[in-house]
Every structure is written in structure tokens, then in C-alpha cells.
Design a protein. Structure first.
Lengths: 113, 112
């Protein structure tokens, strides 16, 4: 398996909802990433997990809560989001934390009403 | 931190022509420079990358050049085809950091 997969593909949620985004890879990669991408903008790094430990948090609001249950899975828990959080959320992975090539998943398109 | 600038923001070329996209970076410690292609509604896909110990790299119709002294790198696409139409992002990574810093993107339109 040479792909990063993400579920769901689309998500609509209200500002009081709690939801989770899921990311999975079976390439044996030890680094996993969450990015946020607004329309017509580049991906913006949110979090980096290195060997299942959070290594980088780019000052992301606490309404976004990442979790890495094991080396193949990465979750992003969402709670009390704002409409401006609507975006494409991309997961990526790389062989090692400082290994250059990052492979992206297809993303979850999130709409917050 | 690293800052990556990318030009042009939009580029329209006729099929068969060449396209060039340029990026500059600020951190002299940056040593890895990937290029991603993102089609509408799709994931960013790595198309080519270059490391700081190499000046040029080519893969079929795509090439990347790096000038470390001037801190800029460029993507060259020859014999463009309609399927090359997409948004292209350059990026830079410094040293042993995990973080990629992306340029602002170039929307390439290849017309028939």
C-alpha cells in the first residue's frame, strides 16, 4: 500500500458539534502531518507527529486536538469550530521525521456552519 | 523562519510551449526543495525535488534548477500538455526540520 488515505472525504458540522478526521498509512512511515488548506492558498502546517509523539504544534487553537493512536493512524478531533475553520484538511506522511518526501492524502473538505 | 516567494501567480501557455515557475527562499540553511502539483479538488502530488548538493535535476519533461548563492530555484516544464494544467507549489525545508514551507502557488493553464 503506497497511499495515504483519509476519511471522511466531506464533512459538514455545526459550531457545537464534535467530529473527528482520520488518516491512515501503511507505508511504515514514522512521521505524520496535519495541514490546513484554504481555497487558492498553499497548505499550512498544523501538527507534526514523530514516532507517535507530537513534535510540532504550529500554535493551533485548542479546538483542534490531534491524536496518534499508533504508527499508522492519525486523528484530528474537532470541537466548537468556527466558520473560518472551513477548509481542506490534508494529512501527509514521510519515512522519517526529517526525511524530505512527504506524501499527501486526498484530504477532508470541512464546512463549518 | 523560512519565507518562500513564488512567481508568477498565474501562467498561461499554449500547448507545446515551455513554462517556467520561479521561487526564492530566505533561509540559507534550507537544503531540500520539492515541487508539488495540485489539480482541482485533488491532493498535492510530488512531481520533482532537488537537494542543495545538486544544481539541476531532470525527469522527462520536467526539470528543476537550484542556485544556492542567489537562493532561488525554478521549475521548467517543456512541451506542455493540457493535463499539465494545475496549481504548482514550490517548498523549502531547512536542515533537519520536519517543516516544509510552501510558496503561494502558480496556476498554470495550458491552452490548445
Amino acid at each position: 500500500d503506497t497511499e495515504v488515505t483519509q476519511t471522511p472525504k466531506h464533512l459538514v458540522m455545526g459550531m457545537t458539534n464534535k467530529k473527528s478526521l482520520k488518516c491512515e498509512q501503511h507505508m511504515g512511515h514514522r512521521a505524520m502531518y496535519w495541514y490546513k488548506q484554504k481555497a487558492k492558498k498553499p497548505p499550512e502546517l498544523m501538527f507534526v507527529y514523530s514516532y507517535e509523539k507530537l513534535s510540532i504544534n504550529e500554535s493551533v487553537p485548542s479546538r483542534f486536538s490531534p491524536e496518534c493512536p499508533n504508527s499508522s493512524l492519525l486523528n484530528l478531533h474537532l470541537h466548537a469550530l468556527q466558520p473560518e475553520d472551513s477548509a481542506l484538511y490534508l494529512c501527509a506522511s514521510s519515512q522519517e521525521p526529517a526525511q524530505e518526501t512527504q506524501y499527501f492524502g486526498p484530504g477532508t473538505r470541512l464546512l463549518v456552519l | 523562519g523560512e519565507n518562500v516567494e513564488q512567481h508568477p501567480s498565474t501562467l498561461s501557455v499554449q500547448e507545446g510551449d515551455s513554462a517556467v515557475i520561479k521561487c526564492t527562499y530566505s533561509d540559507s540553511a534550507s537544503n531540500y526543495f520539492p515541487w508539488y502539483k495540485q489539480e482541482l479538488g485533488k491532493r498535492p502530488q510530488l512531481i520533482i525535488d532537488i537537494r542543495s548538493n545538486v544544481g539541476e535535476k531532470k525527469d522527462q519533461r520536467i526539470a528543476v534548477t537550484l542556485n544556492k548563492t542567489a537562493k532561488h530555484f525554478s521549475l521548467h516544464i517543456t512541451e506542455t500538455q493540457p493535463e499539465d494544467s494545475a496549481v504548482y507549489f514550490c517548498a523549502a525545508r531547512a536542515g533537519t526540520a520536519s517543516k516544509l514551507t510552501f510558496g503561494t502557488g502558480t496556476r498554470l493553464q495550458v491552452t490548445l
